[in-house]
Design a binder for this molecule. Structure first.
Ligand code: DQA
Length: 144
């Protein structure tokens, strides 16, 4: 089983950006956490982060035929990007949406998620642990 973890803009700034919202852990800490978790479960995993919408669309398109599941935190593009939604629909790979913070309790503009309609599940407000929950969910889903 091979999973792709995609993170959007400013996720590379974790640890520096708004620690009261996103915590103290860095992006590298996040990748190590997910990588170790997947290793224990014998799951192959790759990581991608970009601040550019088109690069995220490209990486999703390139995942076609190579990955069994996608875990995606499109960050601010969650609330704006039909292009990312369309790319997920195009490749048809089972996908889980993750948000570190509890977007449901934040500003009105964060209440829209364009990708949610495609995703099998949305995991919101569990911090970095949400990515591990997404791994578990996809493993169960893909096994079926
Ligand atoms: C985020 C929430 C988004 O609203 C925000 O733009 C982000 C991160 C989260 O993980 O909580 O950059 O996706």
């Amino acid at each position: 089983m091979k999973l792709l973890v995609v993170n959007g803009p400013n996720i590379n700034m974790l640890g520096v950006r708004e620690p009261e919202v996103y915590g103290d852990g860095t992006y590298i800490d996040l990748c190590n956490l997910v990588d170790n978790y997947c290793r224990e479960k014998n799951i192959e995993v790759e990581f991608f982060q970009s601040n550019y919408e088109g690069e995220i669309v490209d990486i999703i398109q390139n995942a076609y035929g190579s990955f069994d599941g996608i875990i995606i935190n499109p960050a601010a593009y969650t609330h704006t990007s039909i292009a990312i939604l369309d790319s997920l629909k195009a490749v048809g790979i089972p996908t889980v949406e993750v948000h570190i913070s509890d977007v449901s309790k934040r500003e009105d503009f964060r209440q829209v998620s364009y990708i949610r309609q495609y995703c099998k599940k949305s995991i919101i407000g569990f911090g970095f642990k949400g990515y591990l929950m997404a791994v578990d969910y996809l493993v169960e889903l893909i096994k079926k």
